[in-house]
Design a protein around this ligand. Structure first.
Ligand code: SIN
Length: 301
């Protein structure tokens, strides 16, 4: 008997019976396109409830053809909680983007690349700002400009599917561990530069967390921010993290890919999904704005 994969479906599609929105799954594991919603208008309670249920089922929701102001974007975010202020803002040193369209807003992160970019936001598997004590539960990226030559997709993966497909022995082991998430790592790692001065958040979280809304277990270590498993020696920690990242990142059946069109908004769940921006369009431009929502402290309960 293979110890590796439980083959039960992770997404209970039949449990959703929306009446005010449409749901087109991108894959049976993660991602769905949501129709019938105009995010520039206040949502009814029923629409909000159906979107929230779809989010807790699919973890990555894509809304097409949305014409939104920054206030519309933030209003949608606030339905899910308090808006997050990225640590970059308190350092006053955005690493890849001056806020060029409209006044700088600490609740909006500009995600932009062009011919002058040396690196782009999120080019590597990660979930957002896990160095924070209460990392964003979700992020909403609104892309208004896509590269002329195409490309600039975002890939997503399910860390619930990744946890679920570990062997029971490995599941039991990783549930006993905690790991450090360091806000300086994106600079020294993916961006290949020096972190701005002033200290960055560094926090310990469980390696496995329980999703506070759908109750599922999720592997909560990511290459972007996680640096060390507390309970292990450095070489053990490096080996276990590398094994977990390889497992999380290499399985195509845990993944979906969002192909952007201008005026698309994608809302992803950082507690059970990682994402990777694909920078295959240099020297062309891509522009968007991201709002994130503060989450609870990740726990295994
Ligand atoms: C991010 O990590 O938020 C950026 C994602 C993207 O640009 O596709």
């Amino acid at each position: 008997m293979s110890m590796q994969t439980s083959k039960r479906p992770l997404v209970d599609i039949k449990a959703l019976a929306p009446q005010t929105i449409t749901i087109e799954p991108l894959t049976p594991v993660i991602g769905a396109e949501i129709g019938g919603v105009d995010l520039s208008r206040p949502l009814s309670e029923q629409q909000f409830g159906e979107i929230r249920d779809a989010f807790n089922t699919y973890h990555v929701l894509v809304f097409r053809d949305q014409v939104l102001t920054a206030e519309d974007h933030k209003r949608f975010g606030r339905l899910f909680g308090k808006l997050h202020v990225h640590p970059y803002h308190s350092k006053n040193s955005p690493p890849f983007h001056a806020d060029t369209r409209g006044a700088p807003d600490p609740e909006i992160l500009v995600v932009k690349a062009d011919q002058n970019s040396r690196y782009v936001a999120g080019e590597g598997w990660h979930s957002d700002v896990t160095c924070d004590v209460e990392p964003p539960m979700g992020s909403m990226l609104y892309i208004t400009e896509t590269p002329e030559i195409g490309g600039g997709d975002t890939c997503f993966l399910s860390t619930i599917a990744a946890y679920d497909s570990l062997s029971p022995k490995m599941q039991d082991f990783v549930k006993t561990l905690t790991a450090v998430h360091d806000g300086a790592k994106p600079y020294t790692g993916a961006y290949g530069t020096t972190p701005p001065e002033g200290g960055w958040p560094k926090t310990t979280h469980p390696v496995v967390i329980r999703h506070p809304e759908n109750g599922k277990l999720s592997l909560f270590v990511n290459r972007g921010f996680t640096t060390k498993i507390h309970e292990l020696t450095r070489s053990e920690s490096d080996a276990i993290l590398e094994m977990l990242w390889h497992h999380i990142e290499s399985r195509l059946e845990f993944q979906c890919r969002v192909r952007w069109r201008p005026n698309s908004l994608t809302f992803w769940d950082n507690r059970c999904a990682q994402h990777h921006a694909v920078w295959d369009y240099y020297p062309y431009s891509r522009y968007g704005q991201r709002v994130s929502i503060v989450g609870e402290r990740p726990r295994l309960w």
